[in-house]
Write a protein that binds this ligand. Structure first.
Ligand code: PLP
Length: 383
C-alpha cells in the first residue's frame, strides 16, 4: 500500500539534498564552532552561511538571526524575553485566541507572574479585527504577538497592517511564522516585524532546529545562559548538523519558492473542490488568497474525525485532527472553537496538509479513499 502523507503542517520529510549537506558535520567537520583552531573554521563558516540563507529568505541581516532548538523555543524566547526586558515600560501583552500552544502557554505563564494578556478574538474565518487590535493597545502594552499563518485552519493574517499598527503605537511586534516560511513571501523590513519565529522541520529540514529573528535594537532578555554562543544571546554548543540542514532547506525553499507555492495552491484548491463534492462537507477557515497554500481543513457532518483518522490510517493516509497532541489523544481544538464551531462541528473536522511532492495521481487515490471512508463511517452510524 502506498503511503499517502497529508500531514505536512505537523512535520515534513527531510529533502535528500538537505541530509547530504548535513552528513559531513557529524564525523568530518566535528569541531566545536567556538574553538579557534583550523578544524573549527569550516564549522563556523557553515553556521554563518546557514544564517545568510535564512536571513535572505526573510530579508533580515545575518546578525539578526539566532538559532534555537525549534519554533517552540523561538516563541518562548520572544514572549518571555521581551516581557522580562520591558516590564518597566508596561506589563501588557496582546495575542490571539488561535495561537500555537508555544505562544499561549508562554502567555499563561507570564500571567502567573503578574503580566496582563489580551487574547484577541477572530471571526468565523479566523481573522483578527484590526480595529480591535488598535483598541486593545494601551499605555502599558509592550508586545503584540500574532501568528502569520494558522497551523490548523490555514488563515493568513494581514501582517503588513498589523506591523503598521504596532509601529505607530511604538510596541514590539512578534509573529510566529513557522507555517508561513516557504509558503508566504516574508519581508521583515517592509512588514515592520521586530521578532519572528521559524522552524526547520516544517520546510523539509531536520527536527529540533529553529530560529528567532530579533531586529537590531529590540530589548530582549536571554533565556538560556551559559557559554555565550550566538553573540551572547543563546548559550549552548550549536546543533551544527541541524543548523546546516536548516540552511540548506532555506536555500532550496528560496530557490523553488514560486514553483512550490503555485503548485501547492493549485492542488489545495483542487482537493477542496473534490472534497466539497462529498455530501454534507464544509471547509473551515479562509477561502482563497488568505489561506496557507498547503492547508485543507474540512468537516464531514456525522463523521467523527477520531474515527476517520483510524480508518484512513488503515488505508495508508496520514492526517491530523485539531493539533498534534503530545499524548496522542485528540483534544477539542481551541482554534475551531474560536472560529465558532460547535463541539460536534469541531469533532467532525479533519486537517489535510500537502507538500511539494503532491501530484494528480496522489490526489485521485486520496479523494477516492476519503469518499469510501466517509461513506463507510456514515453507513455504520446509520445502522
Ligand atoms: C510546528 C509549529 C511550532 C513549533 O515548532 P517546533 O519546531 O515543532 O517546536 C510553532 N508554531 C507553529 C505555528 C507551528 O506550526
Amino acid at each position: 500500500m502506498r503511503e499517502l502523507y497529508f500531514d505536512y503542517a505537523a512535520t515534513t520529510k527531510v529533502k535528500k539534498e538537505v541530509l547530504e549537506e548535513m552528513l559531513p558535520y557529524f564525523m568530518e567537520y566535528y569541531g566545536n564552532p567556538s574553538s579557534i583552531y583550523s578544524l573549527s573554521r569550516k564549522v563556523k563558516t557553515a553556521i554563518d552561511s546557514s544564517k545568510n540563507n535564512i536571513a535572505k529568505m526573510i530579508n533580515s541581516k545575518r546578525s539578526e538571526i539566532c538559532f534555537t532548538s525549534g519554533g517552540t523555543e523561538a516563541d518562548n524566547w520572544a514572549i518571555k524575553g521581551v516581557a522580562f526586558a520591558n516590564k518597566e515600560k508596561g506589563k501588557h501583552i496582546i495575542t490571539t485566541e488561535i495561537e500555537h500552544a508555544a505562544i499561549l502557554s508562554s502567555c499563561k505563564y507570564l500571567q502567573s507572574l503578574g503580566f496582563r494578556v489580551t487574547y484577541l478574538q477572530v471571526d468565523k474565518y479566523g481573522f483578527i479585527n484590526l480595529d480591535q487590535l488598535r483598541k486593545a493597545i494601551d499605555g502599558e502594552t509592550i508586545l503584540v504577538s500574532i501568528m502569520w499563518g494558522n497551523n490548523e485552519i490555514g488563515t493568513v493574517q494581514n501582517i503588513k497592517s498589523i506591523g503598521e499598527i504596532c509601529k505607530e503605537n511604538n510596541v514590539y511586534f512578534h509573529t510566529d511564522a513557522v507555517q508561513a516560511l516557504g509558503q508566504i513571501p516574508i519581508d521583515v523590513e517592509k512588514m515592520n516585524i521586530d521578532l519572528l519565529s521559524i522552524s526547520a522541520h516544517k520546510i523539509y529540514g531536520p527536527k529540533g532546529t529553529g530560529a528567532l529573528y530579533i531586529k537590531k535594537g529590540v530589548k530582549i532578555h536571554n533565556l538560556i545562559h551559559g557559554g555565550e554562543q550566538e553573540r551572547g544571546r543563546r548559550s549552548g554548543t550549536e546543533n551544527v548538523p541541524g543548523i546546516v540542514g536548516f540552511g540548506k532547506a532555506a536555500e532550496l525553499a528560496y530557490d523553488n519558492f514560486q514553483d512550490e507555492r503555485s503548485k501547492l495552491i493549485y492542488f489545495r484548491d483542487k482537493i477542496i473542490e473534490e472534497l466539497l463534492k462529498i455530501d454534507k462537507t464544509k471547509i473551515n477557515g479562509a477561502i482563497g488568497a488568505n489561506r496557507l497554500p498547503n492547508n485543507i481543513n474540512v468537516g464531514f457532518e456525522g463523521v467523527s474525525s477520531e474515527q476517520l483518522l483510524i480508518v484512513l490510517d488503515s488505508m495508508g493516509i496520514f492526517a491530523s485532527a485539531g493539533s498534534a497532541c503530545s499524548a496522542g489523544a485528540i483534544e477539542e481544538s481551541h482554534v475551531l472553537k474560536a472560529i465558532g464551531l460547535s463541539l460536534d462541528g469541531a469533532k467532525n473536522s479533519i486537517r489535510f496538509t500537502i507538500g511539494y511532492t503532491i501530484n494528480n495521481d496522489i490526489i485521485e487515490e486520496f479523494v477516492a479513499k476519503i469518499r469510501i471512508a466517509v461513506s463507510n463511517i456514515r453507513a455504520m452510524m446509520d445502522e
